[in-house]
Design a protein around this ligand. Sequence first.
Ligand SMILES: *Cc1c(COP(=O)(O)O)cnc(C)c1O
Length: 295
Amino acid sequence: MKKTLYQKTPLIRSTSLEDVYYKMECDQPSFSFKIRGMEMLCRHHLNKGVKRFVASSGGNAGYSLAYVGQQLNLAVSVIVPSTTSSFMIDKIKGLGAKVEIYGDVWDEANIRALDIAEKTGAAFVSPFDDPLLWTGHSKMIDECVSQMEKPDHLVVSVGGGGLLCGILEGLKRNHWSGVKITTVETIGAASFYESWKAQKIVELKEINTVANTLGAKRITEKALSLAKEFEINTALVSDEEAVKATQLFYKETSKRVEPACGAALAIPLLYPESFDATERVLVIVCGGANTPSKQ
Ligand SMILES: *Cc1c(COP(=O)(O)O)cnc(C)c1O
C-alpha cells in the first residue's frame, strides 16, 4: 500500500455514553482531518509539476497544508487575516511555510491568496471548496466501515461545508444509506443552518463565535446539494456549550480539541437525549491544532 501522510485514525467507543463512537481525527499528525484533503490536493497538483501552493487560512487548513508541504518538499504560502492568533502563525511558520497577514477577515485574505496564485502560478488552495478536498476527507468513512457496524446517526461540525461534503461522499460510496446526519455549528457561525432553512445559499453578514474555525460566511454549494439526498437535522450550540464539550471530552479522553470540534461533541455530551436509545451514533472528532489555552 502507498504510504500516506494522513493516518488511519482510531475509532473509540465513548466510556461515558452508550453506543457512541468517536472517529479520532484529532489524532492526525496535523491534529485535524484537514490533512486528508490537503494531501490529496497537493499530490494531484504535484503530479502535474506544480510545487508552489498558496492558501488562505489562519487555521487548520493552512496548518495542514504547511505540514503536507514540509513532507513533500513544496513551497507553501499561507495568507492569514489579522485576527489569526500568534500561536497558529508560529505553528504554521514552524513547518517552514511563509505566512503573510492580510486583511481583517478571511474573505480579504482569500482575495489576496487568489491574486498571488494568479500572479505567480502557484496552486490556489481553498480551505473547504474543492472536490479534491472532499474526496480526501471522504476516506475517513472508508476507515469507519472497517471499524464499526453501520451507524444510525452521524454528528459533524460544519464550517464551510468541506468536511460535510467529504462525509456524505464517503457514505454514498460505501452504500451506508439511511444514516441520519446532525450538522452542528455555533450560533454565531450558522451558515449551513441558515442555508438549509432557506434551501438556498444564504451569506451571513458577520461571524461572531469563539469557534473561528467554523467561521465561513457562506458554505460551498455542494454541501447543500449533497445534503438534500440525506435526512438532515441542523443543530446550533452556544460558544459556551462548545467550549464546555471540549472540557468534557478532555476529561474522558485526555485529548484537546478546538471549540469547532466541541460544537459536534456538545450534542452527545450535553444533549444525549438527541438520540433514540437504540441508535448507534458516530461523532466526527474533527480536532483542531489551535488549543493553546488551559482546559
Ligand atoms: C476545517 C474545520 C472544521 C470545518 O470544516 P469545513 O470543511 O470548513 O466545514 C471543523 N473543525 C475543525 C477542527 C476544522 O479544522
